[in-house]
Ligand binder design. Structure first.
Ligand SMILES: *[C@@H]1O[C@H](CO)[C@@H](O)[C@H](O)[C@H]1NC(C)=O
Ligand SMILES: *[C@@H]1O[C@H](CO)[C@@H](O)[C@H](O)[C@H]1NC(C)=O
Ligand SMILES: *[C@@H]1O[C@H](CO)[C@@H](O)[C@H](O)[C@H]1NC(C)=O
Ligand SMILES: *[C@@H]1O[C@H](CO)[C@@H](O)[C@H](O)[C@H]1NC(C)=O
Ligand SMILES: *[C@@H]1O[C@H](CO)[C@@H](O)[C@H](O)[C@H]1NC(C)=O
Ligand SMILES: *[C@@H]1O[C@H](CO)[C@@H](O)[C@H](O)[C@H]1NC(C)=O
Ligand SMILES: *[C@@H]1O[C@H](CO)[C@@H](O)[C@H](O)[C@H]1NC(C)=O
Ligand SMILES: *[C@@H]1O[C@H](CO)[C@@H](O)[C@H](O)[C@H]1NC(C)=O
Length: 901
């Protein structure tokens, strides 16, 4: 997503600076007579004291050409001649202030003298640093304003609520409160908020608006349909304003519209009407990362002025001939990635002499079939080409390696085949992102004499997974700026030692290779690492003890599926950034290090399938973000309890199965699984958190997986979906005894509850009937007695149910969901009767039948042989769709989540 956005942002940047043009073009006074006036003393004073309320700091402006205009202001000269000031030729009043990019730093005084300049028609304070102060309400007193620009490229500008008084500016033609910050990986926070009521009043009052730009101003409402009354509108920019609901289709009827930017609102819904083809002025259409649907109308390709078309991350569907885009003679950037489109190229009758000047082409996951269209060879301006995750076949065409301006070439996840030789890359001197892996059948050949080959040495992002590599390519050694290296799914046996000198590395993925030997402690030189994945190899020896503390930036640490021995690293520095730790499926022993409590950001801890020997780690409760704990298949022992009050605030998934836990299951601890309970006042803040998380971890979606097992049946959680809606408790295969606590029924967000293969006694609590979201309930292989509570018939989402092999008795409730399960769910309970079983209930009498269990036992477990993935995929009605889907479906999972929100 980063790539896709950076165009958006660089265009933002261009638009910003084109707004300076707009200012200059705005002729405020058309006078031909030149009565020259000296400026009024009180206006001069007002301006001068405004100047003095700020200091000059070159860090306050983002524009590289900024300079301090107010430095030259001198009270002894005519203020009408001051830099940035313009006076009315006739009246002599100050009518325009342009202090954009003037390196002003300081808080804005709510009573600033600025607001006494009531004749102002144009005010541009953009790109300065107002130190998070509020936009003063007195702005409403500048009633002559036609042009107001408070936008910024700096995080520290205005913040708080946009004052409602802004809607008194009924003469406004242009309002710009945008932020155009460029740092993508920075957790950007919208600082300004605009109330829906203020927006409505503004629309009602400022009927002449031509430009309205509010990118990154939180609005959190639907778009007022009255917006479409403003028929003079030319530019509407509402990127990431948290808008939702229906996009007013009449916006596409505004006759003079040239720029529509509604990207990254996520829950904005709508369709593109065929009439969009009438918007002859439309130059820029950003709708990416929303919930638009329907087909992309053919009429769109009539728009001769269209320069940017960005529709990625929506639900657009239908077939589309890719060659149509060649009709858009001005087209500069196109992104259709991550929809449900099916693209094809007829690749005929293309008049290559008039190809559009396309620079950006994003067509990831577009079901593009066939060969790479040959007309691409003439897109000589192309600098971003992403054709990943399509169905492209044949060899990688040679011509791609002649597109000299390419900085991004991403072809991963297709069905391309053949060889790629390193020297092919020699012409691509600007390449920074190169990706070939995943699904293709490519052989990457380095050639013998790499020292003679001029490779694009500024590559930062290199993806060569599944490229049939048996050695670590040597040329990587010469990539001085490498930050991301993905080289998984090859047959590499050793990591060369020079890799440990590549201190620029932020992501290193070598999973699923044949790596042997120990992990070099030199790995701890890589102090910029954010993401390290060495899982599924044959690594042996101990985990280097520095691994918990070598990098302040490390968030993702995955060493699963090796043969590592010894104890888990003991040291975790304070303020470390670890969010995911996965040491599962090794041969680690000893205790969980108590210093894990220093991992304040930890969200997932997976140490399953090792030989760890410890008591229940109640102390993990102090980690405020911990969502997933898996201790499955170790030697944990003792009771599952806390010594005193403890709250696992965010815990969604706890898997303690296949250990030696014993004792009673205490009500206390269950009660403290707070986030497994859906309170009526479900906090929207938490929701936003998740949405935020989702966006920023998009790249992790493919990479992360987590699994829980149900006696050999593995539930796989790929990507982030487990984070945001999977709620599960698995205590199976332990020696827990006593009753199932009644309070279990209060964990009403639970989707999976597995208590099977323990020594639970007593009856099934009827409170479980309150777990209205439950999809999996397994109580089999215990010593539960009594009836199956009638209340369980209300569990309408139940997809898997098993109470077999207990001492249950009485009739199986006949109505509701339970009647959909067959004998496998109930057998092995001598006194249970029902239509599912050989033993029928005759008028509620419970006569045992002689042919009871014998032959059922021999078939025990067809459930367990069946594949959970299939079961879950087959279940079309509920949330579990997509649960077990693999990488190929990551996009779907993303959409699924968006739907849930
Ligand atoms: C602004 O000025 C008014 C009176 O002129 C005064 O009442 C008010 O307190 C001032 N506000 C601030 C924040 O200085
Ligand atoms: C609309 O503008 C007028 C004149 O500036 C002002 O008096 C009125 O309060 C404004 N209305 C709203 C709802 O802000
Ligand atoms: C604005 O549009 C609404 C409907 O969208 C309409 O009811 C209203 O009369 C319009 N107002 C003006 C001033 O045109
Ligand atoms: C649209 O633009 C044209 C040309 O600039 C102008 O004449 C016309 O008045 C505009 N239409 C509206 C509704 O503002
Ligand atoms: C837009 O174009 C369609 C044809 O595509 C035409 O039928 C319709 O009248 C036009 N609408 C407007 C508002 O001009
Ligand atoms: C291709 O376009 C050029 C320029 O518009 C035109 O002169 C030429 O005739 C076109 N060729 C064909 C085959 O249409
Ligand atoms: C298209 O590219 C090919 C190969 O580089 C070249 O031979 C041809 O002349 C180009 N056509 C145009 C119109 O530039
Ligand atoms: C490649 O980029 C350079 C610099 O941006 C530009 O001057 C040149 O025209 C581009 N080449 C092509 C073929 O567009």
């Amino acid at each position: 997503m980063g790539f896709l956005c950076s165009l958006a942002f660089s265009i933002q940047f261009l638009l910003l600076f084109s707004s300076f043009l707009f200012t200059n073009c705005l002729t405020l006074n058309d006078s031909t007579t030149t009565h020259h006036h000296e400026c009024y003393q009180h206006e001069s004073n007002a301006l001068f004291s405004f100047k003095q309320s700020f200091i000059i700091s070159k860090y306050a402006s983002y524009n590289p050409f900024s300079y301090p205009k107010t430095l030259s202001w001198n009270p002894s000269t005519d203020c009408c001649l001051w830099d940035g000031i313009e006076c009315d030729e006739l009246t002599g009043h100050v009518i325009s202030i342009d202090l954009s990019s003037s390196q002003l730093y300081g808080s804005m005084d709510p009573n600033s003298t600025l607001f006494s300049l009531v004749h102002l028609q144009s005010l541009d304070l953009s790109d300065n640093d107002f130190n998070h102060s509020q936009i003063p309400a007195k702005i409403g007193e500048l009633s002559q304003l036609r042009y107001l620009n408070l936008s910024h490229g700096n995080e520290n500008t205005f913040s708080g609520e946009v004052p409602p008084q802004i809607s008194q500016l009924s003469n406004l033609l242009s309002l710009d409160l945008r932020s155009y910050i460029e740092q993508l990986d920075f957790p950007f926070i919208n600082r300004l908020h605009l109330k829906e009521s203020t927006l409505r009043s503004l629309i009602q009052n400022s009927t002449r608006l031509e430009h309205l730009r509010l990118n990154f101003v939180t609005i959190s409402s639907s778009l007022p349909h009255t917006l479409t009354n403003l028929t003079s509108l030319q530019m509407l920019s509402f990127r990431r304003c948290e808008l939702y609901g229906e996009f007013p289709v009449r916006i596409f009827h505004l006759p003079n519209i040239t720029v529509l930017n509604f990207g990254e609102n996520q829950n904005l819904q709508g369709t593109l009407p065929a009439s969009i083809g009438n918007l002859t002025n439309l130059a820029v259409l950003y709708l990416e990362d929303n919930s638009f649907h329907g087909e992309i109308p053919q009429s769109l390709f009539r728009l001769k002025n269209l320069e940017i078309l960005s529709l990625s991350y929506n639900f657009f569907e239908g077939e589309l001939a890719l060659d149509m885009i060649l009709k858009l003679k001005m087209l500069n950037g196109l992104d259709l990635s991550f929809n449900k489109l099916s693209l094809f190229s007829q690749n005929t009758d293309v008049n290559v002499t008039t190809l559009p000047p396309i620079q950006w082409l994003g067509l990831s996951e577009c079901n593009l079939i066939g060969e790479v269209p040959t007309w691409m060879m003439n897109l000589t301006s192309l600098y971003h080409l992403d054709l990943s995750k399509n169905k492209l076949q044949g060899e990688i065409p040679y011509f791609l390696f002649t597109l000299e301006n390419l900085t991004v070439l991403y072809l991963g996840g297709n069905m391309l085949e053949g060889q790629i030789e390193l020297d092919l890359l020699a012409k691509l001197k600007k390449l920074t992102v190169l990706g070939f892996g995943g699904g293709n059948k490519l052989f990457f050949l380095e050639g013998k004499n790499t020292s003679n080959v001029t490779i694009p040495s500024q590559i930062q992002y290199l993806e060569l997974s599944s490229c049939n590599l048996v050695h670590f390519p040597n040329f990587i050694q010469h990539l001085q700026e490498l930050t991301d290296l993905f080289i998984s799914n090859n047959s590499i046996k050793t990591i060369p030692s020079w890799i440990w000198n590549k201190t620029t590395l932020q992501r290193l993925e070598i999973f699923n290779n044949l790596l042997m030997g120990e992990i070099s402690p030199l790995i701890c030189n890589l102090q910029s690492l954010v993401h390290l994945d060495l899982s599924s190899n044959n690594l042996v020896g101990m985990i280097p003890s520095c691994l918990g503390s070598f990098s302040q930036s490390l968030r993702f640490l995955r060493l699963a599926g090796n043969k590592l021995i010894g104890s888990i690293p003991q040291t975790y520095s304070k303020r470390n950034a670890l969010q995911f730790i996965d040491f599962s499926s090794n041969k680690l022993y000893g205790q969980l290090p108590r210093s894990l409590v220093n991992c304040r950001k930890l969200e997932l801890l997976d140490v399953s399938h090792n030989h760890l020997n410890d008591s229940f780690p109640f102390w993990l409760q102090s980690l405020p973000k911990l969502k997933v704990i898996s201790l499955r298949n170790n030697k944990f022992y003792g009771a599952i309890k806390c010594p005193s009050n403890c709250t696992f605030l965010k815990l969604h998934i706890i898997d303690l199965s296949q250990n030696d836990f014993s004792g009673n299951l205490s009500s206390e601890i269950i009660k403290n699984f707070k986030s497994m309970t859906l309170s009526n006042t479900s906090d929207p803040a938490h929701f936003k958190d998740d949405i935020y998380y989702l966006q920023h971890s998009l790249i992790d979606i493919d990479l992360f997986s987590f699994s829980m097992s149900n006696k050999g049946v593995v539930l796989n959680y790929h990507g982030v979906q487990y984070f945001d809606y999977m709620v599960a408790i698995d205590l199976s295969c332990n020696k827990i005894y006593g009753e199932i606590p009644d309070i279990m029924g209060s964990l009403n967000r639970l989707l999976v509850l597995n208590l099977s293969n323990n020594m639970f006694t007593g009856s099934i609590p009827s409170s479980l009937g309150k777990l209205s979201n439950l999809e999996v309930l397994d109580l089999s292989l215990n010593s539960l007695s009594g009836n199956i509570p009638q209340q369980l018939t209300g569990l309408t989402f139940l997809d898997f149910f098993n109470v077999s092999f207990n001492n249950l008795s009485g009739p199986i409730p006949e109505n509701g969901q339970l009647s959909t399960f067959d004998d496998n769910s109930f057998k092995g309970n001598n006194d249970l009767c029902g239509i599912q079983l050989v033993k029928k209930c005759k008028d509620h009498s419970m006569l045992p039948l002689s042919t009871s269990d014998g032959n059922q036992d021999s078939e025990s477990g067809p459930f367990f042989k069946s594949n959970w993935m299939v079961i879950l995929i087959g279940y079309g009605g509920g949330l579990l769709v997509g649960l077990a889907l693999g990488n190929a479906f990551a996009g779907d999972v993303f959409r699924l989540l968006k739907r849930i929100f």
